[in-house]
Write a protein that binds this ligand. Structure first.
Ligand code: PMT
Length: 398
């Protein structure tokens, strides 16, 4: 979604300016044309040459630089921008933008642009928490600026606190979300489940599976990038929460079921990529089970099927993790669970299924349509599934 987008990246004078180089690089790698504007103070921290090399484009440092491609009409970047990002944003630039000042190229560009503006504050904790900075940020938010961060952690002063620049991945997520806000899922509430549920055996052990959550998180990010309101119900995984999604953390299948049911009245589409347990220990031991010589028998009981029992008129999409008769078994599940679509996953393929970054799936619909996709990244698979979800939602409205 970033390819062929024009992104104006404003870099201001804080120690986190060096992290803007990584942001510029990742945006450029994703296909965006990145034009960097540096304030006078930013140049003290990072050389414009760095950004020039990373973006392959001129870097603006002066309002009246006659050599610059943009200097004659100082609002030309403002017009070209699909989004303006200020990262890091110091207390000073936040105050200037809130006041509507126009005394440097970055202020002029933000003032003149009609594009959305994303601000990533980074400063000392006391400066950030100062009421005047908070008031300035509130003012910017009231004008539809998107503020991402700051994060908490180690600061240049040697102290720990709030004020670190948000992670580059989170800033990228914010940019994608802003660019996609009028997408084909705008106004829709998409609920995604991800990860493998954990069924306790005793206080230290559980029964689970090898789901990494990658497929579900890719779906959540892709739905967000198409303008949806996203609720991600996630079992424990080692992935960063997608910026802008409501994240509901659960452990067991029954907790996941409760979370799905709570959201059902507000759901437009439910996509269940989670690997949910079918059985759980009948009773979890209250104390750690001691090692002994005798074999240990665990009695398991069935867990109600979430997809098959949740009530609501929303679009229902399931996944089927299969190791044999993939299409037949998936089709049976689609019918048993009353789904609109099922995504059949052959989990015996080495580059597909659990834990991989790629997936090879077949999308089966309730009318018998079978669409076998080639091996794709999980993000690409997510887009293809959401294409179908968007069609189903549009058909319901027409
Ligand atoms: O997380 P990754 O590492 O990226 O791996 C992705 C994946 C392989 C987990 C994913 O692509 C996938 O196939 N998810 C579904 C796994 C699964 O539980 O399949 P199933 O055939 O057992 O279940 C069928 C459907 O019913 C699934 O949508 C499941 O979420 C749902 N289900 C299952 C059990 C249950 N008690 N309630 C349910 O709703």
């Amino acid at each position: 979604m970033l390819s062929n987008k024009t992104i104006v990246l404003g870099v201001t004078g804080g120690i986190a300016a060096y992290k803007a180089a990584e942001l510029a690089s990742q945006l450029t790698q994703a296909g965006a044309a990145v034009s960097v504007i540096m304030t006078r103070e930013a140049v003290q921290f990072v050389s414009p040459v760095t950004f020039r090399a990373l973006t392959g484009r001129p870097v603006v440092t002066e309002m009246f630089d006659l050599a610059s491609e943009f200097s004659i009409e100082h609002v030309s970047l403002a017009r070209a921008a699909d989004v303006v990002v200020v990262a890091p944003a110091t207390a000073n630039i936040i105050a200037k933008l809130a006041a509507g000042m126009a005394d440097d190229m970055l202020c002029c560009t933000v003032l003149a642009t009609k594009a959305p503006v994303v601000i990533a504050p980074a400063m000392e904790t006391n400066m950030y928490e100062n009421q005047v900075t908070q008031d300035n940020l509130s003012e910017l938010k009231s004008r539809d600026f998107v503020v991402i961060g700051p994060a908490a952690g180690w600061l240049a002063s040697g102290r720990e606190g709030l004020g670190r620049l948000a992670d580059v991945s989170d800033i990228l997520g914010s940019i994608r979300r802003v660019l996609g806000r009028d997408g084909d899922l705008a106004g829709k509430h998409i609920v995604v489940t991800a990860g493998g549920t954990r069924e306790p055996v005793d206080p230290v052990r559980y029964i689970s599976n090898r789901s990494s959550g990658k497929m579900g998180y890719a779906l959540a990010e892709a739905a967000r990038d198409r303008g949806a309101k996203v609720s991600l119900i996630t079992a424990p995984v080692c992935l960063n929460a997608p910026v802008g999604a409501e994240v509901i953390r659960v452990g067991t299948a029954l907790e996941m079921r409760q979370a799905v049911e709570n959201l059902a009245p507000r759901t437009d589409a439910l996509v269940m990529a989670a690997a949910v347990a079918d059985y759980r220990p009948r009773s979890a031991a209250g104390q750690k089970i001691k090692k002994g010589d005798a074999p240990l028998t665990l009695e398991l009981e069935g867990i109600p099927d979430i997809l098959g029992t949740v009530k609501g008129e929303f679009v229902k999409v399931g996944f089927a993790a299969e190791s044999s008769n993939v299409i037949e078994n998936a089709t049976d599940k689609l019918k048993q669970k009353g789904l609109d679509l099922i995504v059949a996953n052959d989990i015996t393929a080495s580059d597909s299924g659990f834990g991989t970054d790629t997936n090879q799936v077949t999308i089966i619909d309730k009318d018998g349509g079978v669409d076998s996709l080639p091996l794709l990244t999980k993000h690409e698979v997510a887009e293809r599934i959401l294409d179908r979800v968007a069609q189903l939602l549009a058909a319901r409205e027409s």
